[in-house]
Ligand binder design. Structure first.
Ligand code: ZN
Length: 242
């Protein structure tokens, strides 16, 4: 059990801004703030001080709140170089860089494909990883600026972490992903059970994240694809699945 706790701020139609707290230090880090006001309001309601913003990629629904949060709190902003399309970074990071978060630490992974400079933030001691729009519960991100080979390698890298590692994704896409998974992997009992569970959770308005490495290995068709070609076929099928 680590020293950090995580809470979600649901924003826009299906984005999550993740707040990482170190209660002992009174420091909160906001991951991928699409917008500022709900994030600042959530922090204020809990008496929390945002000291840092981290971005996983440049897309405006992950960075749009950066500047207003920095003005309101004086926090620093750290992310990949591509995020400077939206905000000046206090620090630009890439593969292997370490970021202090409260009294713990994240290591940066380069995981290009959704965007060319997309990064993940892996907290080894805490047993958690923030993957932005690269992996979703039972799904994966779209290939806007990279190849199926790159994205397949990202899936394999994340799935190679210990099975109890928690995965924090950028969107609530789980139900649609579960339906696609059940369509392409109809004999998988774990997928069937998870689809039922997720349906109940969404009917109750509950968040289905974080997921875990173990659950993704068991139920995510993009993780379970045998090779990059199979992955590419699944990705193309998902793009047109309704
Ligand atoms: Zn994105």
């Amino acid at each position: 059990m680590g020293r950090l706790t995580v809470s979600a701020v649901p924003v826009l139609s299906d984005n999550y801004v993740w707040l990482i707290h170190d209660a002992e230090r009174g420091e909160t880090t906001a991951v991928d703030p699409s917008v500022a006001d709900p994030v600042l309001a959530a922090a204020e309601a809990e008496g929390l001080h945002i000291t840092q913003v981290l971005n996983t990629h440049w897309h405006p629904d992950h960075t749009g709140g950066n500047d207003a949060i920095r003005v309101a709190t004086g926090c620093t902003i750290t992310g990949p170089a591509e995020a400077e399309r939206v905000s000046k970074m206090n620090r630009v990071v890439s593969e292997g860089d370490r970021i202090q978060v409260g009294g713990s630490e994240a290591v940066v992974w380069d995981i290009p494909a959704h965007t060319a400079g997309h990064i993940a933030l892996y907290f080894e001691e805490e047993g958690m990883i923030f993957v932005g729009d690269t992996m979703f519960a039972m799904g994966c991100g779209r290939l806007f600026e990279g190849t199926a080979e790159q994205m397949y390698a990202n899936m394999q890298r994340i799935a190679a972490l210990p099975e109890d590692v928690r995965i924090y994704c950028g969107h609530e896409y789980t139900l649609a992903n579960a339906r696609f998974a059940a369509h392409v992997d109809p004999d998988n009992a774990d997928v069937e059970r998870r689809l039922e569970r997720v349906s109940v959770q969404r009917d109750a308005g509950e968040i289905t994240l974080p997921t875990t490495v173990g659950d993704e290995r068991a139920t995510n068709p993009f993780v379970r694809a045998g090779n990059a070609l199979e992955f590419a076929e699944l990705r193309a099928a998902k793009d047109s699945f309704r």
